[in-house]
Design a protein around this ligand. Structure first.
Ligand code: ADP
Ligand code: ASP
Ligand code: MG
Length: 402
């Protein structure tokens, strides 16, 4: 007998027919003698719908009530799926976050799971299938919190860890992890196996097939994952601690995100402490600064500082900068129509010239690079948003991924 966590995303449970189809997949796994914990997302589009409802009430909707609201989509899909399994003569039961409970810590909408009471569910697993709502929990004060968009992946990994599951399978609407988003880049290829490190980089820069914090937890506790399709029987992608990485290719995947914005402060005083004075209040306001570029000062007195943030933080960031009396500059400019395009690959560690090849390819396409950041296995550039897909296609081709 194998204990398995199966996670089904929003599209997989997006309609009654799909829920019935998912119930059949679960039945097959259960009939094979496995103990099954199922983690489900809200039906496709539901969470966005709930977010829109909150906006209709207020732009500053209460953070506590926001989490109560947006966690409710999962209650619906859990009950429908449990009902569908019961209809197939299986013993199944849904559990809401507070009934278990799933204990979380941290801010509303950005909490993390720190513990789960395993007792009740473990007992139930002897006889039936447990259906768990993804993406949520309660704090020790019993407030409902959500754990970030796409967070059902993180719930699945947390359950796999806390229940000592042998397998954690992420069922979604594509066949696995691809060299780029297969819905946008049809020539992208499915990756058979990928290391945690590469998957973490890819998901952090936009490959939303896995949520970054889920990959991080899996990496930390060495929980092997498999991403596979709900709708086909094809083999998926295995994500694990790959010791023998195939370095035949320098780049494993190309990803992009369109949720960045770029801000420039011109003619900032060029003296020690200025950068700290700019970024301290942003840090206090929990605004995440991604890339920073400081130009070399031509007159030794002033310099321009450019940095990128999440687009949703743009107006708040500008407001904080304007109120900041500890910095002197000429003006604040911004560009919200930028995107981040990244190449990721463990193979780039041992391949010289990858950076040059990337920049040359973008230059050949007449795409201007607005900012650059690198890690050992990733190179990201900020470019004008209109060039995004062109850049992704070009990089996918020149790094031999088509
Ligand atoms: P789910 O609702 O199942 O969690 P998501 O929409 O969160 O599914 O993630 C799956 C989607 O991720 C795919 O439909 C695909 O468009 C997108 N995606 C982006 N990059 C990749 C990639 N490199 N490989 C596979 N899918 C990707
Ligand atoms: N329903 C949540 C969301 O849309 C969680 C998830 O799908 O993983 O973000
Ligand atoms: Mg997802």
């Amino acid at each position: 007998m194998v204990k398995k966590v199966l996670k089904f995303g929003g599209t997989s449970v997006g309609s009654i027919e799909r829920i019935q189809h998912v119930a059949k997949i679960i039945k097959k796994e259960h009939d094979a003698g496995n103990q099954i914990i199922v983690v489900v997302s809200a039906m496709a589009g539901k969470t966005n719908e709930l977010i829109d409802l909150s906006k209709n009430i207020s732009k500053n909707f209460s953070k506590r009530e926001y989490d109560v609201l947006i966690s409710s989509g999962e209650q619906v899909s859990c009950a429908l799926l449990a009902g569908a399994l019961i209809n197939l003569n299986l013993k199944a039961k849904s559990w809401m976050n507070w009934q278990i409970p799933i204990l979380t810590e941290g801010e509303h909408s950005n909490a993390r799971i720190i513990n789960v009471n395993v007792e009740k569910i473990n007992k139930f697993l002897q006889e039936g299938i447990a259906i768990i709502p993804g993406f949520q929990g309660i704090t020790k004060n019993c407030d409902i919190t959500t754990i970030g968009r796409g967070g059902s992946d993180a719930t699945a990994v947390a359950f796999a860890k806390l229940f000592d599951a042998e397998k954690c399978e992420i069922y979604t609407d594509v066949d696995g992890v691809f060299s780029s988003d297969p819905k946008k880049i049809p020539v992208a290829k499915k990756i058979e196996k990928i290391s945690y490190e590469e998957m973490l980089e890819l998901s952090s820069v936009g490959a939303k097939v896995m949520q970054p914090s889920a990959v991080q937890t899996a990496m930390m506790y060495d929980i092997p994952l498999e991403v596979k399709s709900t709708f086909t029987d094809r083999k998926g992608t295995k994500i694990f601690d790959q010791e023998n990485i195939d370095y035949s290719k320098s780049v494993t995947g190309v990803a992009y995100s369109k949720d960045d914005a770029k801000i420039t402060l011109t003619q900032v005083e060029d003296k020690p402490g200025v950068a700290a004075n700019i970024f301290a209040p942003l840090n206090d306001a929990q605004i995440n600064v991604d890339m920073v570029i400081q130009n070399i000062s031509s007159d030794q007195k002033t310099t321009d500082i450019t940095f990128t943030i999440k687009r949703e933080d743009l107006s708040k960031t500008k407001e904080i900068l304007r109120k900041n009396r500890s910095i002197n500059y000429k003006e604040i400019t911004h560009n919200a129509k930028v995107s981040k395009v990244s190449i990721v690959g463990a193979g780039m560690v041992s391949t010289p010239g990858v950076t040059y090849k990337m920049f040359k390819a973008l230059a050949d396409e007449k795409i201007n690079i607005l900012a650059i950041s690198t890690s050992e296995i990733k190179i990201s550039v900020i470019i004008d948003e209109e060039n995004t897909l062109n850049a992704v296609r070009k990089l996918h081709t020149i790094f031999d991924l088509d």
